[in-house]
Structure formats: structure tokens, C-alpha cells
Design a protein around this ligand. Structure first.
Ligand SMILES: *Cc1c(COP(=O)(O)O)cnc(C)c1O
Length: 420
């Protein structure tokens, strides 16, 4: 494998979040050489079944991306004008963006500065009689404080959506994301913990009614309320016995239509790879945790840093490796410059959403989530952490991080060190 990433980084942030190899190719070959359909076939059924077993969710339905899973989740909330939704500002924009299509009030909930997940104390203060739902993320693969959050939500009938795009392979007190709330959304994008060849997603659901709706919506049927007609009372022209599709349509009367359907069906090729990837999930997460352990050891030798860690009864999946540099912006700037010069690609995920143009236009802005703002603008750091990194790349990164930290905290040290 070529060790240099885009931009020539010796240690690239992430192009792929998992390893795609011979086993994935074998599944693809089996699919191609079979005479089965290339969509809506047995591979999809197997992938969903396995995903359901693994997460412990009641239903698991595959879709074309994590974004589509989140769009479907928001549809299931049946939001009405004036409703309120509480959301985390520290996430990828797809978590919250579907709300732009609804006339609802979004309340961004400030985060816990140690976990970057929503702070249950702030959350409680934001709940009103109009709160319909909570959209949260398990940041970086560290599961949010779900017992406290669910207790708050259950008492008031609020629906909780867990964006688990980072958290496949994580644990929370023995349980897994996807079954910790009412709806779970997963992504199999190229950089995620497993991939379905670049794009793909899954939605997990606690209610049968939601599963029935999404089965229709993702397959071009309208999101409607249907009533079965009594047998023999089809209101269309007389049907031929083999016309199964028309039979289904004519047997039902629409009582109401909520919205149009779409095509969000995962291809058989994607599902076949997903099934194989799922079998390697534990290995991929173990590698992420191994790299994170080495980075933690390097980072924690320097006073002034803080680690991003799961509680002892839970397991961080390290989709993102995160740590915090305290001591002000200058320290972080020096760190980034040295690390960049040493060929390690640094990224900061994510810019607080309440400061982004689309949410500012809706009345959000600076000062509304002080912890989220302070952390992102002063302390936040992400480093490469994915199974595609070789031992040599990890060794180089650990050396580079150690050196960059020392130079960052010691202004007398030379900045912009030569490549090591
Ligand atoms: C990747 C991601 C998504 C979107 O998933 P896609 O499959 O890329 O559409 C949503 N939320 C979070 C937190 C993500 O990281």
C-alpha cells in the first residue's frame, strides 16, 4: 500500500476506515456469478439480519447512506410547526440538517467538554412541553450518557435518535449503539468503521410501525396510512392471479398520505461487502483501539493535555481519535504546524453547527453553546486512527506527536521542525 496520502502526508487522516480485501472480493464474485438480482435480494436480507442480531435492535433496515437514514428518522418524528427538537452542535451536519425542511424550533444542547457528547444537565434545562425529539451523536465512537438521557426522554414521551455513524463496534454498559434509543442511524461511508464499498447506511428501529413505513418509503411507495380492503373487494379492475404487485396495491385503500416515497435501496453488491465487513468489525475496532492506546500513552506524558476516554464500563470505538490541548490557541497552533511538517495529517471534526451559515440564518450563533465553542476554537484535536495505517505509520505518528507536543508547550523550541 502506498503510505503517502493525498497531499503527500506520510500518515493520512483517513481515506478508508476499514480494510477491503479478498473476502469482500469473494462475496462480490459469488454475487456476480449467481443469477440472483443485483438489488433487493438475499444479500440485503442477510446483512440486515446480521446487523439486527449484532446490535440487538428490533429492526434494522439498510439504506443508501447514513444521511438517508437520518432523513428517514426525522420523517418518523412527524414534526408539526412549533415543535421543538434538541440537537447536538458537535457533529457532522447530516445529523441535524433534515430539520431544515421542517418548521420547527431547534435547540442546540451544549456538550460535556470531556466526552463532546450532549450534557444531560443542559439537556434537561432545554426540555419544554413542545420537545418532540432529541438528536444526538456518539461522538467519535464514545457513547453518550444514554441511561440519563433516556430517563429524561422516557418520562416525557420524547423520541431519541442516536446518530451512531461513529459508534459501530462501541459498547455502553454491555449494550450496543442502535438499541440504546428509539432510532439508530449508521453510515458505511468509505471512512467509517465498516464500509459497503464507499456509501451505505442502516437505520435501526424500536417500533414495528416505523419499520413498516420505512420499508414502503425506501421502495418508492408513498409514506401513507393504509387500510386493507376486505378480501374480494379490490376497487380496481379484475386482477389476474399472477399480478402480485397490482394485487398488493389494489388490496389497500389509502386513508392519508404523509409524504412521497423514494428509492433508498442498498445494492446487493454493497450488502454483500457489508456482510463480510461486519464479520471483521471486531478486528477493525481492535486495531483502532490499539492505535488509540499508543497515542494516549504519548499524549498523556505531556502535562496540559486531556484524553477523550470512555468510562470503564463502556468501550470507545475510536472512529475518531481525539484529545485536547489546554494552554490556549498558540499551543494548538504550534502543535499543528510541527505535526504537519512531520507529515501527519491533522483534522478538526466538527465545526460547531450552531455557528454554520444555515443555522445562523435560523437565529443561532456565538455564545449559545459555550463549551462546544471553547473546545473547538481552543483545545480540540483529532489525529489519524484507522486500520489502514501500517505499524511503521503508527510508529512515525507517535514519534511526531511526542515531538510536536514538546515543541508546542515549550515556545523556546524551534517551530516547523525538519522531517523526521
Ligand atoms: C458520516 C456521518 C453521517 C453521514 O453518513 P453518510 O453515509 O456519509 O451519509 C452522519 N452523521 C455522522 C456523525 C457522520 O459521521
Amino acid at each position: 500500500m502506498n503510505a503517502a496520502g493525498p497531499g503527500g502526508y506520510r500518515v493520512p487522516f483517513a481515506r478508508r476506515g476499514s480494510v477491503v480485501g479478498e473476502a469482500d472480493l469473494a462475496a462480490l464474485a459469488e454475487l456476480v456469478h449467481s443469477d440472483g438480482p443485483l438489488t433487493s435480494g438475499v444479500w440485503r436480507d442477510r446483512f440486515e439480519e446480521r446487523f439486527r442480531e449484532l446490535t440487538g435492535a428490533r429492526h434494522a433496515l439498510s439504506v443508501t447512506s447514513g444521511t438517508v437514514a437520518l432523513e428517514m428518522a426525522v420523517r418518523m418524528l412527524d414534526l408539526a410547526p412549533g415543535d421543538e427538537v434538541i440537537a447536538t452542535p458537535q457533529t457532522f451536519q447530516a445529523t441535524v440538517q433534515p430539520l431544515l425542511d421542517h418548521d420547527v424550533r431547534v435547540r442546540f444542547c451544549d456538550i460535556d467538554p470531556d466526552t463532546l457528547n450532549i450534557d444531560p444537565v443542559v439537556l434537561e434545562s432545554l426540555i419544554t412541553d413542545r420537545t418532540r425529539a432529541i438528536l444526538l451523536v456518539h461522538y467519535g465512537g464514545l457513547v453518550a450518557d444514554m441511561d440519563r438521557i433516556m430517563a429524561l426522554a422516557r418520562r416525557r414521551g420524547i423520541i431519541v435518535v442516536e446518530d451512531s455513524a461513529h459508534a459501530l463496534g462501541a459498547r455502553y454498559r454491555g449494550r450496543r449503539p442502535g438499541a440504546l434509543a428509539d432510532i439508530g442511524c449508521f453510515s458505511f461511508h468509505s471512512t467509517k468503521n465498516i464500509t459497503t464499498l464507499g456509501e451505505g447506511g442502516m437505520i435501526t428501529l424500536a417500533r414495528d410501525e416505523w419499520a413498516e413505513r420505512i420499508l414502503r418509503i425506501r421502495d418508492n411507495e408513498a409514506d401513507g396510512v393504509y387500510a386493507a380492503l376486505p378480501a374480494g373487494q379490490a376497487d380496481g379492475p379484475a386482477l389476474l392471479p399472477w399480478m402480485k404487485f397490482a394485487d398488493g396495491v389494489y388490496r389497500h385503500r389509502a386513508v392519508g398520505i404523509r409524504a412521497a416515497g423514494t428509492n433508498a435501496t442498498m445494492s446487493e453488491a454493497a450488502a454483500a461487502v457489508g456482510l463480510v465487513q461486519l464479520a471483521s468489525l471486531e478486528r477493525f475496532v481492535a486495531r483502532r483501539r490499539e492505535i488509540a492506546g499508543r497515542l494516549d500513552a504519548a499524549v498523556s506524558t505531556v502535562p496540559g493535555t486531556r484524553l477523550h476516554r470512555a468510562a470503564p464500563d463502556s468501550r470507545h470505538a475510536y472512529h475518531l481519535y481525539t484529545f485536547f490541548l489546554t494552554g490556549g490557541r498558540q499551543v494548538r497552533e504550534r502543535f499543528v504546524r510541527v505535526l504537519d511538517a512531520l507529515g501527519v495529517e491533522v483534522q478538526l471534526r466538527y465545526f460547531p453547527l450552531h455557528l454554520s451559515p444555515e443555522w445562523r440564518l435560523r437565529g443561532h450563533g456565538p455564545g449559545m453553546c459555550p463549551q462546544a465553542e471553547r473546545i473547538w476554537f481552543e483545545e480540540h484535536m483529532n489525529l489519524p486512527c484507522h486500520p489502514g495505517l501500517s505499524d511503521a505509520q503508527v510508529d512515525h505518528m507517535v514519534t511526531a506527536v511526542t515531538r510536536a507536543l514538546h515543541e508546542a508547550y515549550d515556545p523556546a523550541a524551534p517551530v516547523g521542525a525538519a522531517r523526521i
